[in-house]
Structure formats: C-alpha cells, structure tokens
Design a protein around this ligand. Sequence first.
Ligand SMILES: [Zn+2]
Length: 309
Amino acid sequence: MTTLLMTHLDCVAHEPGHGHPEAPARLSAVLAALEDPQFRGLVRHDAPIGNQADVARVHGQSFVSAVLAAVPRTGHAALDADTILSPGSGTAALRAVGAVTAAVDAVASGRASNAFCAVRPPGHHAEPAHAMGFCVFNSIAIAARHAQAVHGLERVAIVDFDVHHGNGTQAVAENDPTLFFASSHQYPLYPGTGAAGETGLGNVVNAPLPAGADGAIFRRAFETKILPALDAFAPELLLVSAGFDAHRADPLAGLELEEADFAWVTSRLIEAARQHCRGKLVSVLEGGYDLRALAGSAAAHVSALMDEN
Ligand SMILES: [Zn+2]
C-alpha cells in the first residue's frame, strides 16, 4: 500500500500578484522538499481537471460559472480584497478540485492507503456562495461530498489544523450530521469565526488557541477535544485540511508550532483513521507562508503519512 502525492504544475500558474503571501513559490517549495530521497516511495500522479459537477455539490453551478467567468484574460481580477485571480487561476482551482476527488477515488477504492494533495489555491475559507481569504473553491468540502455521492460513504470527518479557522468548511458541515468538522486555530484571528461555542449539531468541534500557544498546548487540544470527538464520530473517511501556518516562523499568525508537532498530529490522525476506516485519509494543502517552514512542515506531514504504509 502506498501514499499518493497528487499535484499539478498548473497550480503554480495561479498568480495573485507580486507581494501576495499566497505565492506560487509556496507550492514550488513543497514540491522541492518532496524530491528528497526519503520520498522516493511516493506514488506521484498529475491531478486531473476537476468536474464542475463536483464543485457544484458545495457551491452551486451558478457560483462555479460566475467564478470561472471572472477569470481575467490578462492582469488580475479580485473576488474579494485578498482573493485575486490571474489568467491561470481557473485551471489551478479546478486542478485542486481534481486532485482531492481523484485522491478520494484512489483511497476509497483501496488503490492507495492515503494521499497528500499539494495544490493551490487553498480552499477552507471558501463558503458555498463566497470566495474569500485566498480561497476560491472549498476543495476539502468538495472531497467530502464527492466521497458521499460517488462512493456511498455515510460519515466523513474533516480535521483542519491550519492556523486560521476553516469557516467555509464549517459552513458546509454545521447543519449536516453526516459530516464532522474539527479545527484547531489561533483565536481571535482572521476570519473571526471558530469560537469554542460553535458546535453545529454537535458535529463541530472548535479548539481556539491563544496567540503564543506552543506545541504542548496544541497537542493537549487534540488529546482532550478533537481526537475524542473524532473517535466518537467514527468516520468512514478522514479528510485533513493541512495548513502549516501555525508554525512559529509563519508571518501571518502567532502560534509556536514546529515540524515535530505537524508530524505528531499527522500520526495521531492516521491512528484514528486506522481505527475507524482502515487508514483511509486524504490530506490537502491549505496555508503556510514562510517558505522554509512550509516546506519542512509539509515534508514532516508526508513522512508521517508514509510511515503508516
Ligand atoms: Zn491559514
């Protein structure tokens, strides 16, 4: 059994503009780190173009059409103050969707143990009717709906350890008892949601962390809140929004995590997946804005995924 790496160079061609933190160099840095000999066992696939019908399960076809129509032929077009499209952005966003849906297909059918989707733009802030926070389509929520619609899974869990709250994913999950959503994040911080009292139907777990929280506090939040709730939900598939901007070097936030903390949380999530769903786990890159910390943290994450094979 194998760990799959799903990516596509089209995801480098989404260019939100000079000085924008969600830069093409992020993905290049992650892919360069995964060229290390320790990753030679990864099975590498080019992500297909995602189906608009998959996107429409979360966002509706009129939103999908409006976003794709907004992609400029030259220059830039803004979907919100910090979500900027370039000529390559529509294809990049659809490759991100294609990566997660193809990864779900491979893991659900047993062709791979687990998968990491190295894609951009990220997705977890995108709400059903709003692109925001660098995010165009909510890839992880689309993956969950794809798993349910195409593979007949009944209970899909999404765990999000990006430093920002996954408001878009929560918006999809909070009224649907077939989904579980748990997030650790700095709070208060953009986008402002993610208070501990936001619990959906009892299927949403928010673990807000104060600025300055380190790996010990992060691990305690997982041990005491997120992992027990995940166990109680007993998912048939575990999806992970893997943002690495809780690293202490990240310029956009103020948590104090290190590479070892990302390896730890990955191992714990794999344990949960092994216990409940034969290890079926699909992870997708969200944030992470210090290139060196991002590359090292993503490498630690993928290395932990591969350890389980
Ligand atoms: Zn983030």
